[in-house]
Write a protein that binds this ligand. Structure first.
Ligand SMILES: Nc1ncnc2c1ncn2[C@@H]1O[C@H](COP(=O)(O)OP(=O)(O)OP(=O)(O)O)[C@@H](O)[C@H]1O
Ligand SMILES: [Mg+2]
Length: 224
């Protein structure tokens, strides 16, 4: 299977770099890459939001904030580049064609942000569309998609299996701006819907066994 894996910056850089997570995930995907092709996208995390907050305070515009957020996500992506051993690419991919060429070289492409106006959720869904991925795996700091934000509503219900249409309805209200907290942002949800890419959203616990998720064993949310 060709798989795009998006790891939230929220997991890689919650308050400091989670080195064990980086090492563990890299080891798993190197091992699984004998049977599957992986492309990895990493988000910005707390450190990106810290830069965005500071620059907003300074008075910079949204495009400027996006450019800086992209750079931070690329820094986070470089952690995986460092941990992938012989499967590591020579650089973080800045665009999808570079990522696909890297895959063709037998390496595991890693990406952060690619363009202002696009979150790393959007980047990863577009990448999944561009490379014709069979599966989009999204890991974040919640264990799946809920009917509403579980951090804001205590009565939010976790959803096991939903359609792309339902996902879009749930996330439609999310603002499209740098540093926003979204389980999948609306642009990403639209792209996944139009290209009908099977998507699985899981939490940190399940990141310990990616093979099981690929084989359909997970407690997250499946979007079809
Ligand atoms: N319907 C929903 N279901 C689940 N989580 C939701 C929902 N709506 C909003 N959220 C929020 O989305 C958050 C996850 O997105 P967030 O952007 O914080 O992390 P990330 O995308 O993994 O990391 P980063 O953006 O740094 O790469 C959750 O903590 C939750 O509060
Ligand atoms: Mg996010």
């Amino acid at each position: 299977m060709r798989i795009v894996l998006k790891i939230g910056g929220s997991l890689v850089f919650p308050d400091k770099i989670d080195v064990e997570l980086v090492k563990n995930v890299s080891k798993q995907i190197v091992s699984l890459s004998s049977n599957h092709e992986f492309l990895v996208v990493v988000g910005g995390g707390t450190i990106a939001r810290e830069y965005i907050r500071a620059l907003k305070d300074i008075g910079k515009d949204d495009t400027f904030l996006d450019f800086v957020g992209m750079e931070v996500a690329k820094l986070n992506a470089s952690l995986f580049m460092g941990a992938l051993g012989k499967k590591a690419p020579v650089e973080v991919s800045n665009d999808f064609k570079h990522a696909l060429s890297t895959l063709y070289l037998g390496k595991i492409p890693v990406l952060g942000g690619t363009h202002p106006g696009h979150t790393t959720d959007a980047v990863s869904s577009m990448l999944a569309e561009f490379v014709g991925a069979d599966l989009f795996l999204r890991f974040t700091n919640v264990d799946g998609v809920y009917d509403k934000d579980p951090r804001k509503f205590s009565d939010a219900k976790k959803l096991g299996k939903i359609s792309h249409e339902t996902l879009l309805e749930i996330v439609e209200g999310t603002k499209a701006e740098a540093g926003v907290n979204a389980v999948i942002d609306p642009l990403a949800a639209k792209i996944l819907k139009r290209s009908k890419i099977k998507t699985i959203v899981c939490g940190k616990e399940e990141l310990k066994n990616i093979k099981a998720i690929i084989e359909g064993k997970h407690k997250g949310t499946e979007i079809f």
